[in-house]
Design a protein around this ligand. Structure first.
Ligand SMILES: NC(=O)c1ccc[n+]([C@@H]2O[C@H](COP(=O)([O-])OP(=O)(O)OC[C@H]3O[C@@H](n4cnc5c(N)ncnc54)[C@H](O)[C@@H]3O)[C@@H](O)[C@H]2O)c1
Length: 423
């Protein structure tokens, strides 16, 4: 075997590196190469990301001599002026592509338009020059995919402007568009080199987008961080009501908001960030993302509500297999309901749809097992290799009965996606 020596002199990007080795068989009729690709992805909480006194973005873009940005149109309406003033104050030329970024815009066409803007027909970006992506989860997924395709891999910096893109979709390596069989079916593993999280941006988020975003925080609390779960029990509602302590003046709540965001990010990145290419399926952050990939578009739910419905149902399933006691299941339901998240929806009673979801997800996870995430005590989880139809039917029955005790049957507030046109 020969390991090749490489020097930085020939590097194509400051953000990625790679090594390799080659092995020849003695009969000189076959050879095999091994290659290792290395990336680093940093996540940083910042205050006032577009305040000229905040150095983070200027430090990235001053050396490049310019900044090329893809920006969510709604975010641009609220924060575009501050962003432009920021780059102007630092003397860094800024070119923006402002895009509508609704769930129905998670298409290959949208990605091609972005790639055309960023590439040779537009800004002619160099392979190592980081794109700036400013927006929610939809833009994180689509612009991230455009960056993955451009020059076969162009780095990007993510400013996560929604809760989802701050704690989950933003730093996520899973860039994607929706497929006809399931959500997020087509994509590439391409995390940002830097994610900036500024909860000040949440001040302008619509309440329904705030609420469904917090489901991803509940997710990490339930399966990985019991202290985070306790924080949500105590402060979740206040965080929602104050848009993560960006309205009112409560320094103690602001500290809680930062702690909640950091804990959520840490829990997420310690699993997602160390398994960037999904080479293993022991992924706690996939809690709530097995059956929902199918029933979310069918029911037209906002992503976070779909995740919450599955989390709650799977918690009931966990009580059936002896992984969770009823009190802990009810504690999870109570946190979700306190935040206005759905814990049940009739769509999960369509057992044929649920069976199809399992089939599709099993294939997506490698074809050997389902590996559905379920809580095993609060703040911990385990993986169900299979869920037989009879067990799922029993869980759905029991869960429907439990949620039937709620006056609203377990439905959430503003749980439906208003702007989608699902095929
Ligand atoms: N790739 C992943 O790992 C991953 C993980 C979780 C979710 N997702 C995807 O993320 C999407 C949901 O994310 P989302 O909730 O951010 O949706 P989104 O991007 O649609 O944003 C929600 C709405 O809020 C607006 N918005 C965003 N930031 C704002 C701000 N600061 N002020 C005012 N308005 C703002 C957007 O324009 C949009 O109308 C789904 O498509 C989901 O599949 C992906």
């Amino acid at each position: 075997m020969t390991a090749l020596r490489h020097t930085d002199e020939y590097a194509t990007s400051a953000h990625y590196s790679g090594t390799g080795d080659i092995r020849c068989d003695d009969d000189r009729r076959s050879l095999t190469v091994g290659a290792t690709f290395t990336l680093r992805s940093e996540v940083r909480l910042v205050d006032g990301v577009f305040d000229p006194a905040t150095p983070d973005l200027a430090e990235v873009y001053r050396p490049a001599g310019r900044c090329v940005a893809v920006v969510d149109a709604t975010v641009d309406r609220f924060h575009g002026a501050a962003m432009r003033a920021y780059f102007s104050a630092h003397g860094i030329p800024l070119t923006t592509m402002v895009c509508r970024a609704l769930e129905e815009d998670k298409t290959v066409d949208a990605v091609c338009r972005m790639a055309a803007f960023l590439g040779g027909d537009g800004c002619d970006m160099a392979r190592g020059e980081p794109v700036l992506v400013v927006g929610g989860g939809v833009l994180a997924d689509t612009a991230g995919l455009a960056c993955a395709l451009l020059n076969r891999r162009t780095p990007y910096v993510m400013v996560g402007t929604s809760i989802v893109s701050a704690v989950d979709a933003g730093p996520s390596p899973r860039t994607c568009v929706n497929g006809t069989l399931m959500k997020n079916a087509l994509g590439a593993y391409h995390p940002p080199v830097l994610t900036l999280v500024d909860r000040g941006l949440f001040r302008t988020l619509a309440p329904e987008h705030l609420r469904h975003g917090v489901a991803e925080v509940v997710k990490m609390a339930a399966v990985d961080d019991e202290q985070l779960f306790t924080l949500l029990q105590r402060h979740g509602r206040a965080l929602l009501d104050t848009r993560f302590a960006t309205t009112g003046d409560d320094p103690a709540l602001a500290a809680v908001a930062d702690e909640v965001l950091f804990r959520s990010l840490y829990a997420y990145m310690r699993h997602e960030g160390t398994n960037m290419f999904e080479t293993r399926q022991d992924r706690p952050h996939a809690y709530g993302h097995t059956w929902s990939t199918k029933f979310e578009p069918v029911a037209g739910l906002l992503h976070g509500h779909a995740v919450a419905v599955e989390m709650a149902l799977t918690a009931t399933l966990a009580t059936l297999v002896g992984w969770l006691d009823d009190d802990d299941r009810d504690a999870l339901l109570a946190v979700c309901r306190d935040l206005g998240l759905a814990v049940h929806h009739p769509v999960v009673e369509d057992l044929e749809l649920m069976r199809l979801a399992q089939e599709t997800v099993r294939r997506k996870r490698g074809g050997t097992a389902l590996w559905a995430v379920a809580p095993r005590g609060l703040g911990r989880c385990d993986y169900l290799a299979e869920v037989e139809g009879s067990l799922l039917a029993e869980a759905v029955d029991r869960h429907r009965a439990r949620c039937g005790a709620f006056p609203d049957g377990g439905l959430g507030r503003d749980m439906y996606l208003r702007d989608a046109r699902w095929a």
